[in-house]
Ligand binder design. Structure first.
Ligand code: NAD
Length: 370
């Protein structure tokens, strides 16, 4: 198969869909890979590394789309890319169709085959191509939180780990899933006094077993949240109810219970946020202050660490990319139920129920296109 790797052109996106290690694997399996010039630069991979791995560098995005059977990238195509998509071309990337009608319409009109990273799903309902970004965001939430707790950045001026003779900071993590667990590990490693709250008792039992002694677990309910707010320095929002908006666990009136300089990092902001006063921010302008409380609500946190994020993402995507390249999308999706769930739009038909529902479009069961 001919595989094309375009350079991401969405604002501030520095990740890339395939690394030189991925090219090596694809070439070893008999495939041909074309990479757009400088596509990997933002993630630390120069063109020469791709060439050494066996790829051919093409100067323009038009040439990459023009030659490839399958496009592997990171973000959904943006408007200027819509017309580059060829009839029947396979695109394997994040799409998030349900929140973007023009993109859905464009892919239907282009007669593309769209495999979406975010809906590839295991039998246990976990989302293997979203997990790596949650791992990055969870770890980064503590790094950012620690930074914004510094006085010059309007925080309380407390060191996360304290020092001998001085108590460490208190970190409250709302939601003990992938983001919350990764945040807890890093906060605990830095010596903070950490509490994780979740509504899932089985999950709390598990976390209690595996976490170090400076991490406590607590049932998530409004009473317990209110009890902890006045004494905690860094609060990380990491809840998710699949397919729904995030529940509001911290409401505007609760800000007055927090001390000035408390830092809120709402990682769940991409699902509407679990802190009422959080609105999406960008890496250029990541924080704002309400009632002396610092709010950090960047919707694409992994974008700030593309070296790590690209490798984390491609570690997870490459086995699927190889499967599709080796068998073709139809056979690969027929053989692999996880991958089949990734099909969203196929040759003009919407085959993912949530996307059809979102825009009142006709829905075609995926089996009919295989
Ligand atoms: N901002 C970013 O850059 C970024 C990056 C990655 C993920 N995210 C977002 O982070 C959020 C968390 O993702 P995840 O992968 O950890 O999800 P996850 O499903 O692994 O974990 C979510 C946890 O929230 C818990 N939960 C649900 N309701 C709760 C409540 N009322 N109180 C406490 N806990 C509750 C669940 O039991 C679960 O353990 C999602 O909204 C995801 O989209 C954001």
């Amino acid at each position: 198969m001919i595989i094309g790797v375009p350079k991401e052109i969405k604002n501030n996106e520095n990740r890339v869909g395939v690394t030189p290690a991925g090219v090596t694997e694809l070439v070893r399996n008999g495939h041909t890979v074309y990479v757009q010039a400088t596509a990997g630069e933002g993630s630390g991979f120069v063109d020469a590394e791709y060439e050494a791995a066996g790829a051919t560098i093409l100067p323009s995005i038009e040439e990459v789309y023009g030659i490839a059977d399958m496009i592997v990238k990171v973000k959904e195509p943006i408007e200027s890319e819509y017309n580059l998509v060829k009839d029947n071309q396979l695109l394997f990337t994040y799409f998030h169709f349900a929140s973007h009608e023009p993109l859905t319409t464009a892919m239907i009109e282009r007669n593309a085959v769209c495999l979406a990273y975010e809906t590839v799903e295991r039998a246990d309902r976990s989302l293997p191509l979203l997990v790596p970004m949650s791992e990055v965001a969870g770890r980064m939430a503590v790094q950012q939180g620690a930074k914004y707790l510094e006085k010059p950045l309007k925080g309380r001026g407390i060191l996360l780990g304290g020092v001998p003779g001085v108590r460490p900071a208190k970190v409250l993590i709302l939601g003990g899933g992938v983001v919350g667990t990764n945040a807890a590990k890093i906060a605990a490693g830095m010596g903070a006094d950490v509490t994780i709250m979740d509504t899932n008792l089985a999950r709390l039992r598990y976390l209690d077993d595996i976490m170090p002694a400076n991490v406590n677990t607590l049932m998530s309910n409004e009473y317990n949240v209110r009890q902890l707010l006045p004494t905690h320095d860094l609060i990380i929002g990491a809840v998710l109810i699949p397919g729904a908006k995030a529940p509001r666990l911290i409401t505007r009136d609760m800000l007055k219970d927090m001390r000035p300089g408390t830092v809120l990092v709402d990682v769940a902001v991409d699902q509407g946020g679990c802190i009422e006063t959080c609105k999406p921010t960008t890496h250029e302008n990541p924080t704002f202050i309400i009632d002396d409380v610092v709010h950090y609500c960047v919707a694409n946190m992994p974008g700030a660490v593309p070296y790590t994020s690209t490798q984390a993402l491609t570690n997870a995507t490459m086995p699927y990319v190889l499967m599709v390249a080796n068998k073709g999308w139809k056979q690969a999706c027929a053989d692999n139920a996880e991958l089949k769930k990734g099909l969203n739009v196929v040759n003009g038909k919407v085959v993912y129920a949530g996307v059809a529902e979102a825009f009142n479009l006709p829905y075609t069961p995926v089996e009919e296109v295989l």
